[in-house]
Structures are given as structure tokens and as C-alpha cells.
Design a protein around this ligand. Structure first.
Ligand SMILES: NC(=O)c1ccc[n+]([C@@H]2O[C@H](COP(=O)([O-])OP(=O)(O)OC[C@H]3O[C@@H](n4cnc5c(N)ncnc54)[C@H](O)[C@@H]3O)[C@@H](O)[C@H]2O)c1
Length: 360
């Protein structure tokens, strides 16, 4: 701990280190009071690339693109904030990916025990080629690691005029099955992209990151996000993060948590179980033209009809999944990406450890 404090003080200065100590030792939320900073996309990309290159990550520009997809679309928990965790492992950072099976509409990519971004990118691009040829492409990734936001891979297929699906499981369980007292599943993610519809979700009621963010904002978490070992609601985001017993989507048995549990189990079957690995992904591309004409126009009419739904509250628009991220993307492309001071200082430390200049 003393080493860590010295290191932080050297890299980030005494004021930040004191805040960090208050946060960790006294459990007083001081970090959340520091102002955030807006950073232009290109500057952030250059900083991330410098770190990834120092780590000898293969094809760093591909990894950086998927990391920054999350920050650009307002999914702050799954972008550059992850670099601190990636630095700590358990990954082979310069792992090579390899296509180990390739037959007709299916293939298997091995991630080599590294980060998931590169093998998932490669798998989706392979699936896209197969969808062009066969109408559908389904590619599993085995022996992989964290890949960030699932939507970033579904978007690759969508941007080619296809339908994209991306699934991932998670190494460390943090979700309890319905009626269960202990975590058995990850926050397993599902992304589905077609035209303007982009659903990109965890199968837990919320992510651990959201619970921690509430704590940082000085707020309790609502009943139903997380439970303790006796099934009692946990109301502190910090405690929820420590205990790792999030509820499946649906929250409680009375509000159909079995559906989120079932979705998480489905994702696990198609990722960890199918690929026989701790972290696996499943990427699908579908060509709608193989099923008939006019899909794009009908999708656009469908999403327009959703937005035109009569509102409950005139001040709150009915959105289509994907709308919040599109709005975030427009704002961030124009005004820069907001980074909390915690993320800035973590990046400063990661850069110092990788012996690259910090330029944000
Ligand atoms: N790599 C991993 O191991 C892993 C695991 C779990 C989750 N994730 C990622 O975490 C991210 C966040 O997941 P989450 O579940 O916290 O997201 P979330 O609860 O913020 O939900 C996001 C989704 O809901 C849609 N949405 C939000 N408000 C809406 C509204 N009013 N009407 C219609 N749609 C609306 C968004 O467009 C988006 O598709 C995702 O990118 C996911 O892929 C990654």
C-alpha cells in the first residue's frame, strides 16, 4: 500500500493522492468531486495508441478503435477506463489471434488468451464475409478476454448493411441466478444492431460500474440492483461492488428476474460453454436481403413509429435503443470526450508504468 501511495504521489501529485486515500481508507467519496475534463477524440486516440504500442498489443489501432467506440458513445465504463484493469491482467497483452476452424458459414477464432477486441473484430469481419456468401455467418471466439462494448462489433455488420449480433460472457461471476445466494454468471452482454436500432446491454439489472457510479455521486442504489448473501437488498454501490451479487435483468423473482437469468444463461451457452473457455464471444452477421426485399425501409418505418409513440410525459421522448448513444456520439465528436478525474489519473499512471509520455 505504501509503495502504491508513493507511486501515485510521484505521478499524480499530493492532492490527488490524498483524495485517493480518503476514498480507499476512510471510504469517503472525494474522487467524484473533482471536475471532469473534455478531451478531443484524436488526442485520446494518440494516448491510447502509445500505451497499447508500449504493451506490444498486436494491431493497436483496431483495439484503440473499439475502446474509443465506448467513450465516443457515452459507454464510459467500457472504454479507456478499462486500461487500468487491462494493465493488471490476467492477459497475454501481445497475444496472437488465429482462425482455427473455417467451414462454410461458421468459423472459430482463438484469442490466444489476450484482450478480446482484436479476435472479436476479426471474427465479426469473417462473419460479414460469410453473410455475403451464404446469407449468414456465425463465428465463435475462444480463449479470449474482455472486449469492451459488445455494440462495437455488432456495429461492424450494421455498417455493412447487415444485421449484427455480438455476445460475450465474463470471466468473474457477479450475477446471482433467480433464487440463488451466490454469483454464478457474469454480466453477460448482448448487442443487436440493424439500421438505427442498436440494443447493447448487460443481462444484469445494472452493471457493477453503474452501482459504483451512484456511490461516487453520493447516492444510494435503488433496492433491486444487488443483494447480499442472505438475499437482502444492498443499497451501497461500494458494497455491491465488493460483494458482486448483482440481480439478473428483471431484478426480483416477482418482476421476472428469471428472464434476465435465462438470457445470461443463453449467452453463457453460446460463449463459455460452446467454446470451452473462461471468456468467449459469439458474433453473427445476417444478410436481410436473403430473406426478402425492402428490409431497410421497413426497419426505418418501424423505428420512426416507435419514436412517434404518444408520450406519457411530454418532456420525456420515446427513444429507440441506440438513440442515447447516437446523441452522445454527436456531442462528443463535436465537444470532446468527457473524462472523470479518476480516469485521467489512472491513464496518467498506466502511461507512466508503460514509460510513454502523458499528453492529455
Ligand atoms: N465486455 C463485457 O464483458 C461486458 C459485459 C457486460 C456489459 N458490457 C457492456 O456494457 C455496456 C453497458 O451495458 P448496460 O446494460 O449497463 O447498458 P444500459 O443499461 O445503459 O442500456 C443501454 C442500452 O439501452 C438503450 N436505451 C437506454 N435508454 C433507452 C430508452 N429510454 N429507450 C430505449 N432504449 C434505451 C441504449 O440505446 C442501449 O442499447 C454495453 O456496451 C455492454 O456491451 C460488456
Amino acid at each position: 500500500v505504501i509503495d502504491e501511495v508513493r507511486r501515485r504521489a510521484r505521478v499524480s501529485g499530493p492532492a490527488w493522492t490524498a483524495s485517493l486515500l480518503a476514498d480507499r481508507v476512510l471510504r469517503v467519496n472525494v474522487l467524484g468531486r473533482w471536475p471532469e475534463r473534455r478531451v478531443p477524440y484524436d488526442a485520446l486516440e494518440r494516448q491510447v495508441l502509445a500505451i497499447l504500442e508500449a504493451w506490444r498489443v498486436r494491431e493497436p489501432e483496431v483495439v484503440a478503435r473499439h475502446l474509443l467506440y465506448a467513450d465516443l458513445h457515452g459507454i464510459v465504463s467500457h472504454g479507456v477506463a478499462m486500461l487500468r484493469h487491462y494493465a493488471a491482467g490476467p492477459f497475454t497483452l501481445h497475444a496472437a489471434t488465429e482462425v482455427v476452424r473455417d467451414e462454410g458459414a461458421t468459423a472459430v477464432v482463438d484469442g490466444g488468451g489476450g484482450l478480446g477486441h482484436l479476435p472479436a473484430d476479426r471474427a465479426m469481419r469473417l462473419a460479414i464475409g460469410k453473410a455475403r456468401e451464404h446469407g449468414v455467418g456465425a463465428v465463435a471466439v475462444r480463449h479470449s478476454g474482455h472486449f469492451g462494448a459488445a455494440g462495437s462489433y455488432a456495429a461492424l455488420a450494421r455498417d455493412e448493411g447487415l444485421i449484427g449480433i455480438a455476445l460475450t460472457n465474463v470471466r468473474d461471476p457477479a450475477v446471482v441466478p433467480t433464487h440463488g445466494a451466490e454469483p454464478r454468471l457474469g454480466t453477460n452482454a448482448i448487442a443487436f444492431a440493424a439500421r438505427e436500432l442498436m440494443l447493447d446491454i448487460a443481462t444484469s439489472t445494472v452493471s457493477l460500474g453503474r452501482a459504483v457510479a451512484r456511490w461516487r455521486a453520493g447516492k444510494r442504489i435503488p433496492t433491486g440492483w444487488a443483494i447480499d448473501a442472505h438475499g437482502r437488498p444492498v443499497r451501497s454501490g461500494r458494497v455491491a461492488n465488493e460483494q458482486r451479487r448483482l440481480t439478473p435483468l428483471g431484478s426480483r423473482p416477482e418482476t421476472s428476474s428469471h428472464k434476465g437469468y435465462g438470457l445470461a444463461a443463453m449467452v453463457e451457452a453460446l460463449t463459455g460453454v460452446l467454446t470451452e473457455s473462461a471468456v468467449g464471444h459469439f458474433l453473427v452477421a445476417l444478410d436481410p436481403a436473403r430473406f426478402g426485399d425492402g428490409f431497410d425501409g421497413r426497419m426505418d418505418a418501424f423505428t420512426a413509429s416507435l419514436r412517434a409513440t404518444r408520450r406519457l410525459d411530454p418532456a420525456r421522448a420515446v427513444l429507440v435503443p441506440g438513440d442515447p448513444e447516437r446523441a452522445a456520439q454527436q456531442d462528443r465528436a463535436a465537444r470532446g470526450i468527457p473524462l472523470s478525474r479518476s480516469v485521467v489519473e489512472d491513464l496518467r499512471l498506466v502511461a507512466a508504468d508503460a514509460a510513454v509520455p502523458f499528453a492529455l
